[in-house]
Design a protein around this ligand. Structure first.
Ligand SMILES: Nc1ncnc2c1ncn2[C@@H]1O[C@H](COP(=O)(O)OP(=O)(O)OP(=O)(O)O)[C@@H](O)[C@H]1O
Ligand SMILES: [Mg+2]
Length: 274
């Protein structure tokens, strides 16, 4: 079974797209280095802002014929082929593929609202082609919208990026609750919360240290801590150049921290997700 990691948090600007794109690229590199039979990784961008599509492909004006929107509007029997047709190679690596978002996704939510089976319009075709990839990564928009629900229903593993601020962790409980609702409400037992990723950590800020300590000590949340990514200006420079962080500055503190996260996820994949 191919693992599908969804990066989600209804809070905006917490590093969902940065984490999804760089971790996907890191996985390609590690899987290749480990001579994995299938080192290909697919990024699915479900956010109409298209940030993940832009940084990885250099383009964000995808539309009715070449994006996730096309897949969601396709006839059920054609959807897997449509999905394959819309996937493009990223500029970062030949083995990193992207199903791009489109500004038209904004309207798709209205168009699909109330359509029977709408929440499965990503999960169903994806399940038909997933075995072509070593792993799949889904980036979501900052809300619990229909598109985010589709991403969660298509996923096996939810990763929650979170900033080390008090309100963010209060919000965490509602994100975890939402994921549990999807698992129970949509009878999707394969979906689990696989990790919390603390992003933009600044050890000079007392509140950040305090919160991280609290998170580590928490009986449930502490066990979910997947990694801590420092606040690092290399991230925004890499974005501006449409480069991965590992290419822009492999020695940066954020690169090193993301690499550790990638290594633990690839270990998790090699153990079959245990
Ligand atoms: N570790 C980091 N250090 C410094 N800046 C960061 C870091 N991670 C992300 N950023 C910056 O924070 C901003 C938001 O990051 P990103 O777009 O990844 O968040 P997001 O959760 O996907 O946002 P949205 O909710 O709008 O989709 C970007 O400008 C990015 O460059
Ligand atoms: Mg984003």
């Amino acid at each position: 079974m191919t693992h599908v990691f969804v990066f989600t948090n209804h809070k905006g600007g917490v590093g969902k797209s940065t984490s999804a794109t760089n971790i996907a690229f890191g996985m390609v590199n590690l899987l290749r280095r480990a001579n994995a039979a299938n080192p290909r990784v697919l990024i699915i961008d479900t956010d109409s802002q298209g940030h993940a599509s832009l940084v990885t492909t250099g383009k964000k004006d995808y539309g009715a014929d070449d994006s996730l929107y096309t897949v969601l509007m396709a006839e059920r029997q054609n959807a897997p082929q449509t999905l394959m047709n819309c996937i493009v190679q990223s500029q970062w690596d030949e083995n990193l593929h992207v199903l791009p978002a489109s500004p038209m996704l904004e309207g798709a939510e209205r168009e699909l609202m109330g359509v029977a089976g709408a929440p499965y319009r990503l999960a169903d075709p994806l399940s038909k082609i997933a075995n072509q990839y070593g792993a799949i990564v889904i980036d979501t928009r900052p809300s619990f919208s229909l598109l985010t629900e589709m991403g969660l229903i298509a996923a096996t593993d939810a990763i929650i990026p979170v900033e080390p601020r008090y309100l963010e962790t209060v919000g965490l409980t509602s994100v975890i609750q939402k994921i549990n609702d999807i698992r129970e409400g949509w009878r999707h037992p394969n979906l689990r919360v696989s990790g919390l990723l603390v992003t933009k950590m600044d050890t000079r800020v007392r509140g950040h240290n305090h919160l991280l300590a609290e998170l580590k000590a928490h009986p449930v949340l502490g066990k979910l801590l997947l990694g801590v990514i420092p606040s690092n200006e290399a991230v925004s420079y890499a974005h501006r150049n449409h480069q991965s962080l590992f290419t822009y500055d492999p020695r940066s503190s954020a690169s090193k921290a993301y690499m550790q996260v990638v290594a633990s996820l690839v270990r998790y994949l090699s153990k079959g997700g245990e």
